[in-house]
Design a protein around this ligand. Structure first.
Ligand code: NAP
Length: 248
């Protein structure tokens, strides 16, 4: 399946790698971002250099009106979305759970869970054969944190990814007969800027010895898994999650 792909958080890291690979595969690419317009514009240029149609769209995935407006804009400018990659995600500074605040939990849940819910709902409303759509695929970006739990780092973040896994199972089953496949990828430790946000820019190298493959992952390795799940090569796969974590 190609067509129109919306990648939330497409301006950096795993999302940017997914946008670039999607452009090479022939998709028209929507690079969603929250604040870094220059980074998003650079990814759009890279996609266009592959011959793909591409546009950047600023939208906070946690804000309902902005998400609805993004899907409407995409439909008007590129056509109906065929693939949604729910990739936008945040984590906070590493700390014990008993030091965390309700404001922090709410922000993580808003972006990582409500954001994924909102984008998935808008995609289903447009893709589902029940609503006159032509079907499609949703790939949620979860995390190995969902089964590791991230003790002493960010238990709250890990719990949001558990919710993403459950969304994948339930929604996948709910829309399986409506032309939509819903799957997820659980990256392990991957070389992106997200670890600096957690207060430890060198985290991937510290954790690498705990990874059976003895290294962190590259964004492109996760992107390839995402695009495989979105593709017709995964045509009989839905409501499941693939670990992309070097065996950890
Ligand atoms: P990253 O480098 O920090 O990039 C995050 C992206 O999300 C940026 O494009 C950012 O846009 C966007 N974003 C943040 N908040 C947003 C919001 N409210 N609305 C829309 N976009 C928003 O992160 P990454 O490491 O590539 O992570 C991507 C996904 O993989 C996340 O869901 C993360 O939890 C998951 N993951 C990552 C790892 C890892 O080791 N890197 C491991 C497991 C899972 P701006 O630049 O505009 O803020």
């Amino acid at each position: 399946m190609t067509g129109v792909i919306v990648v939330t958080g497409g301006s950096r890291g795993i999302g940017a790698a997914t946008c670039r690979l999607a452009a090479e595969a022939g998709y028209a690419v929507v690079v969603n971002y929250a604040s870094d317009g220059a980074a998003a514009a650079a990814v759009v240029e890279q996609c266009r250099a592959s011959g793909a149609a591409a546009l950047a769209h600023r939208c906070d995935v946690a804000v309902e009106s902005e998400v609805v407006e993004m899907f409407d804009t995409v439909e008007a400018e590129l056509g109906v979305v065929t693939v949604l990659v729910n990739n936008a995600g945040i984590l906070h500074r590493q700390m014990r759970f008993d030091e965390t605040t309700v404001e922090r939990w709410r922000e993580a849940i808003d972006v990582n869970v409500v954001g994924a819910f909102l984008c998935a709902r808008e995609a289903v409303r447009r893709m589902s054969t029940r609503h006159g759509g032509a079907g499609g695929a949703i790939v949620n970006v979860s995390s190995a944190a969902a089964y590791l739990g991230s003790p002493n780092e960010y238990v709250d973040y890990a719990a949001t990814k558990g919710a993403v896994d459950t969304l994948t199972i339930g929604l996948g089953k709910e829309v399986a007969a409506e032309g939509i496949r819903v799957n997820a990828v659980r990256p392990g430790v991957v070389h992106t800027e997200i670890h600096a946000r957690g207060g430890e820019p060198g985290r991937v190298d510290r954790v690498a010895p705990q990874v059976p493959m003895q290294r962190g992952g590259q964004p492109a390795e996760v992107a390839r898994t995402i695009l495989w799940l979105a593709s017709d090569d995964a045509s009989y796969i839905t409501a499941t999650t693939v670990n992309c974590s070097g065996g950890r």
